[in-house]
Design a protein. Structure first.
Length: 735
């Protein structure tokens, strides 16, 4: 096929970058060539970050980056850089923080404008190709920013300087503002908070869109196993076992699971696990495969073992290279249609199965109830958005193991393979491979399957042979035999953890030593995401939150403890103690690392650190937390009120306000009427709560005398022109 344009991305190994090699945009990859061009030509940088299976990344490419007129504006005014976030998570992480600071939201594709010295000054996510409804489209934004850079440079420089200052403040955890003791009681409280938004009706945690929350599921497994052997006074193991089992079963029944292939899609767009976002990511399936395998042993549940085997067999069949390494991802779309290869109608079934078989299969997998999937972009193609196809889900889980049904699944799977398939990203990422290696090593033991252990060994041997640098460091990625990019903390930490799972202790110790030398912060504790030689970022970050991958700091902490580096492990836990204390719900892997430390060495005491600078800018999360005060009060034996006071200039989005508590605790919740307000960022009036208002709560189940009543409150705070990150607050009423 002849192409009108071919740009520098043709020389890259990333499938995502290669997707853009024939755009009329004069793309650069992230690197010194681009930076030098920006300096020499005195042009700002337009940075676009995405990944190969990102639906909206494809949309913006089709609408803007393939548009000759828009590309001309980009090329005249900017040095344009494309980044694959899976290759360069450090670039993605830093500038995503900048976008979140600027816009109070984030996502992909990520669009950021930088000065030639790499300081950001404007950003967002997807931009449409034309102005509409009073909002500027991508070309207008490009022209406006080019004009600002040319004529108001002082203002642009000032914005960039302020933003880099904020990024520096947000680059690491804050020191503890009070002494803390991290012991089993503290962990029990953290675990209770972490499951407080359990959906008792549909499984999982929180509302739609619903993610598996693998790092939480993993630490729940460890906590339950510990409590069974070491019961804790006042801690009910069923508080954690019930949500875990329910969630694992609900996901296994739902459309988030590929019932023909065996893998799991990325997340559910609804609260009942029915309609997924169809990407299949290696890391999701690594973590879920290991969780189901370990859960099958913990709960003596053969079904969980079958689900785990389905995941691993899919990966070995469809996502494994001839050399034994694991590929990165499978796209969500075919021919610009999301989920197309996974969808079915009754007529489709009858092409493959007999009428009697099709009828039986329909009863088991929900087709008899009518279509459940509508193309989310049907309106763009003239459709009315009505459901037309089916995502398979287990309407009758009792028949999943029926040999006749299993045979039908096999026929349908083979037929599905004859359809046009979504793109397979054949990039090999060190950290993601290490997650799968660890999972298969665990599954080999848990399920009595030596073939998984053998696959894990083959893959780790590939990484050791092909992803080692000449100076015994690590590469981040490879494709078609070509290794690229210096590895990050996650790559080193996950690889060491995988080696430990395979019993290769000496090799794990060598990798742990490299972690300490290249990534540790001896002064403040913890580990930086980039190594000490990294020179192409304006801020070096230290990250403790899960993403949904487990935080590299958490895994590095566990590895250090396992190889006898107890001091480094303790320092890393102390560094993130305050962040865990305030935001433990998003730090399950770090809580797991703390649990392992406390079990092995006893309580860890954390002293208060120096106070933060008085003029340090608050993060968006801290601003949202500070904008709302909540005062609980008992007004009867079984009735509680929560008085909310929202700071002037702020409000709570009414639909975001939700309360959670332990199972069977909450009865009727009396929400006050919402107020209608019009805001410039919304097309329609919004329902909000503002000022002071009261929520009444009826308790169905009173705690034992002397025990506190504890609620988890969720809400999103907005100003008149932007929304801050969602808040989850624990409110305790002493009984």
């Amino acid at each position: 096929m002849n192409h009108t344009h071919t740009n520098r991305l043709a020389q890259e190994t990333s499938p995502y970058l290669q997707q853009h090699q024939h755009n009329p945009v004069d793309w650069y990859a992230w690197g010194e060539d681009a930076f030098e061009a920006a300096r020499d030509q005195n042009k700002p940088i337009f940075l676009s970050v995405g990944y190969s299976t990102c639906y909206w990344c494809h949309v913006m490419e089709r609408q803007s980056f393939e548009n000759e007129a828009i590309a001309d504006v980009m090329n005249r005014h900017f040095i344009n850089i494309k980044v694959d976030r899976e290759e360069r998570p450090d670039v993605d992480q830093l500038y995503m923080t900048a976008v979140q600071v600027m816009t109070r939201q984030g996502g992909w594709p990520m669009s950021v404008w930088l000065l030639p010295d790499l300081r950001p000054f404007f950003g967002g996510t997807y931009f449409p190709p034309a102005d509409a409804d009073g909002r500027p489209g991508f070309p207008s934004i490009l022209e406006g920013l080019a004009e600002a850079y040319a004529t108001r440079r002082t203002e642009v420089e000032a914005t960039a300087g302020q933003l880099v200052g904020v990024l520096a403040e947000l680059a690491g955890p804050v020191p503890a503002d009070e002494p803390l003791t991290l012991d089993l009681n503290w962990i029990a409280a953290m675990m209770s908070r972490s499951v407080s938004d359990y959906d008792g009706q549909r499984g999982g945690f929180g509302r739609a869109p619903k993610f598996p929350r693998q790092t939480l599921l993993a630490v729940l497994l460890e906590w339950i196993a510990y409590l069974r052997d070491h019961p804790q006074e006042g801690v009910d193991v069923d508080e954690f076992a019930r949500p875990l089992r329910h969630t694992l079963n609900a996901m296994a029944d739902g459309g988030i699971r590929d019932h023909l292939g065996g893998a799991f899609h990325r997340y559910s767009t609804d609260a009942q696990w029915l309609v997924p976002h169809f990407e299949i990511m290696l890391y999701d399936n690594a973590m879920l495969g290991g969780i189901y395998a370990r859960a099958s042993v913990l709960f003596d549940e053969p079904r969980f073992a079958d689900v785990a085997r389905g995941i691993f067999d899919f990966v070995l069949r469809e996502m494994t290279s001839p050399e034994g390494a694991f590929y990165t991802a499978i796209d969500a779309e075919v021919d610009a249609r999301e989920g197309l290869s996974y969808l079915w109608t009754l007529a489709d079934l009858e092409q493959v199965l007999s009428p009697r078989e099709a009828s039986q299969f329909s009863l088991v997998y929900g087709l008899d109830k009518g279509p459940n999937f509508a193309d989310p972009h049907a309106g763009e193609r003239g459709g009315d958005g009505a459901p037309t196809h089916n995502v398979l889900y287990l309407a009758d889980p009792s028949r999943e193991g029926d040999p006749l049904i299993a045979a039908m699944r096999g026929k349908l799977y083979q037929h599905r393979r004859t359809r046009k398939q979504p793109m397979l990203d054949t990039k090999i990422i060190t950290s993601w491979n290490a997650l799968m290696i660890r999972a298969m090593a665990d599954a080999g033991r848990a399920l009595g399957e030596p073939r998984y252990t053998a696959a894990a060994t083959k893959a780790v041997d590939f990484l050791i042979a092909r992803h080692r640098t000449p100076d015994s460091g690590l590469y981040r990625t490879s494709r078609d035999g070509k290794a690229r990019h210096a590895a990050f903390l996650d790559d080193y930490a996950y690889l060491a953890d995988a080696l430990l799972a395979l019993g290769r202790i000496d090799e794990a110790g060598e990798v742990a030593t490299a972690i300490v030398i290249n990534f540790s912060d001896p002064e403040h504790g913890g580990f930086f995401f980039t190594d000490a030689d990294a020179r192409d970022l304006v801020v070096r970050q230290k990250v403790g939150g899960d993403s949904p991958l487990p935080a590299g700091n958490a895994v590095a902490t566990t590895v250090c403890q396992a190889v006898g580096r107890r001091d480094e492990a303790a320092a890393a836990i102390r560094a993130f103690a305050m962040q865990m204390n305030h935001h433990g719900e998003s730090m399950s892997a770090q809580i797991g690392a703390t649990l392992r430390y406390v079990i092995a060495h006893g309580p860890l005491h954390v002293e208060a650190g120096p106070p933060a600078a008085g003029d340090a800018p608050a993060s968006p999360q801290d601003t949202a937390q500070a904008a709302v005060a909540i005062e609980p009060e008992r007004v009867g034996e079984a009735h509680v009120t929560l008085t909310f006071t929202v700071a002037p200039g702020h409000h709570i989005a009414a639909e975001s306000l939700a309360l959670h508590a332990a199972a069977d605790t909450l009865g009727e919740i009396d929400m006050p009427p919402a107020v209608r307000r019009a805001y410039p960022y919304a097309d329609v009036e919004q329902l909000i709560h503002e000022g002071t208002f009261v929520v009444g709560v009826q308790l169905l189940k009173l705690p034992e005398k002397g025990r506190d009543v504890e609620f988890a409150v969720e809400f999103q705070v907005c100003t008149d022109n932007a929304c801050l990150p969602a808040v989850r607050r624990t409110v305790v009423l002493t009984r």
